[in-house]
Ligand binder design. Structure first.
Ligand code: UDX
Length: 463
């Protein structure tokens, strides 16, 4: 099928490349000539594992191209995807739909023949109706169907999420459009992906409901992690113990410093605004948002307590800055709240991230950045593991400990077995377990080091 994708941003590029990979003929459109030129030259301006190769391979075989010229691409397309940004407006947290409506006007002017217009961007309930009104106003004679088809892509895993989705959701009341969408997704359906056909408003709400539920699931396990710290229970085992119940499911039960990113914070707020508009209160979603905000700030207190109550004049090395691994995205990253709070407390900040330092520089001031994690830790009183990048979860702990001035290791992702950190002489503060002092090692006369478990203390930092 011939597909035009409007917006060569994250969602547009991943969708465009994947539809081309599925065998469709795809043109990705973007207003930015520099971006289009760079893509035509095989340079993908975002960091997403596997995307570079997929773009290059499909450009080479002629299934994927890029252009700034919207009209001819839309005119020739059977399916037009709207994949432009819907950032949260600073004023009220609502999704800013001006790019979506702008795209709708341009599509209206260009369409010829029956065309299915698909919203891939995450848009509030009722946006499909508004797009349809815009198109009908501009071109009353245009034969179009407006379909909702939300994406469920995780950054860092987007290609896999697209090509092997848990489900594809298609929302439209138009039976011809349903048939076109079934054809578009046939390669995935043939490989077993469930395709849920439903109404347009229902489909729009499914996206927000999924994200709000996941945000709530993470926030719930984070609260239980706090309780674990007080009652001396183990959060990893609690999560396993409840996650093995198939009604609950094991995924998204990893306690941490709070969720960030471009989707959960924005989509939970937008859902609350929609509910407000219809006079409905979503108290669980409201609490999820405020509990998560408070949690991100509370992470600094963990570091301060581990350092004996003050960070004034101390150096804290933050390892991992992006909101999660395998992305350079710093939006709503918990590291930003942590660093801000530590700086307010008088700490000097060293920071390292495998991919996000360039982005991080735009958000952070007075931070010393290091390309190497061990240099970052050199002379630090505490190390905080903020993002679970694979490279940061397999550090040489002896080398790290040696480089540091202090012994505090705050593991906000529980990436290292506590036992291992204690053995290397760290004072350990993780998520969902009480802080612990290093274990003095007793060397047996003719045997390996033995661990003196009685020396473990709860709650107090090393003197
Ligand atoms: C999310 C949704 O997963 C995706 O379906 C949607 O389309 C866009 O939003 P993304 O924001 O890329 O994707 O990242 P995700 O992997 O979902 O993580 C979001 C945040 O939750 C991160 O800050 C992550 O660290 C946190 N998280 C995730 C946890 O703290 N614990 C978990 O168990 C899972």
């Amino acid at each position: 099928m011939r597909v035009a994708v409007i917006g060569a941003g994250y969602v547009g590029l991943v969708s465009g490349a994947c539809f081309a990979e599925m065998g469709h003929e795809v043109v990705c459109l973007d207003k930015d000539p520099a971006r289009v030129a760079s893509l035509l030259g095989g340079r993908v301006p975002i960091y997403e594992p596997g995307l570079d190769e997929m773009v290059r391979a499909n450009v080479q075989v002629g299934r994927l191209s890029f252009s700034t010229d919207l009209a001819p691409a839309v005119r020739d397309a059977e399916v037009v995807l709207i994949a432009v940004g819907t950032p949260a407006r600073h004023s009220d947290g609502r999704a800013d739909l001006s790019y979506v409506y702008g795209a709708a006007r341009e599509i209206a002017e260009a369409v010829a023949g029956y065309t299915v217009i698909v919203t891939k961007s995450t848009v509030p309930v009722g946006t499909g109706d508004a797009i349809e009104r815009i198109i009908r106003r501009h071109r009353p004679e245009a034969r179009v169907a407006v379909v909702s088809n939300p994406e469920f892509l995780r950054e860092g895993a987007a290609i896999g999420d697209f090509m092997e989705p848990d489900r594809v959701v298609v929302g439209t009341e138009d039976s011809r459009a349903r048939a076109v969408m079934a054809e578009l997704y046939r390669p995935l359906a043939e490989r077993g992906a469930p395709v849920l056909m439903t109404g347009r408003r229902t489909s729009e709400l499914i996206k927000y409901t999924a994200n709000a539920f996941l945000a709530m699931k993470i926030t719930f396990i984070n609260e239980i992690a706090d309780l674990c710290e007080s009652v001396h229970a183990d959060i990893a085992d609690v999560a396993d113990g409840v996650g093995l119940d198939s009604r609950i499911g094991a995924r998204f039960l990893q306690a941490g410093p709070g969720y960030g990113g471009s989707c959960f914070p924005k989509d939970t707020l937008a859902l609350l605004r929609t509910a407000q508009d219809y006079g409905v209160s979503l108290r669980l979603v409201e609490d999820t948002v405020s509990v998560n905000d408070a949690r991100k700030r509370a992470m600094a207190r963990k570091v301060i307590e581990a350092l004996g109550g003050s960070v004034e004049g101390l150096t804290v090395a933050v390892l991992g800055l992006t909101f999660k691994p395998d992305t350079d995205d710093m939006r709503e990253a918990p590291s930003l709240s942590l660093i801000d709070a530590l700086q307010r407390g008088g700490a000097r900040i060293h920071a390292h991230d495998p991919a996000g330092m360039e982005q991080a520089r735009q958000h952070l001031e007075d931070v010393a950045f290091f390309a190497d994690p061990y240099r970052c830790a050199a002379g630090a009183d505490a190390v905080v593991l903020m993002t679970e990048w694979q490279a940061l979860c397999s550090l040489d702990l002896a080398l790290l400990r040696e480089a540091m001035a202090g012994v505090v290791f705050v593991d906000l992702r529980n990436a290292y077995p506590e036992e291992q950190l204690l053995r290397h002489g760290f004072f350990v503060s993780g998520i969902g377990s009480a802080p612990k002092r290093p274990r003095p090692q007793v060397v047996a006369a003719d045997g390996p080091a033995m661990i003196d478990r009685s020396a473990t203390h709860f709650g107090m930092p090393p003197s």
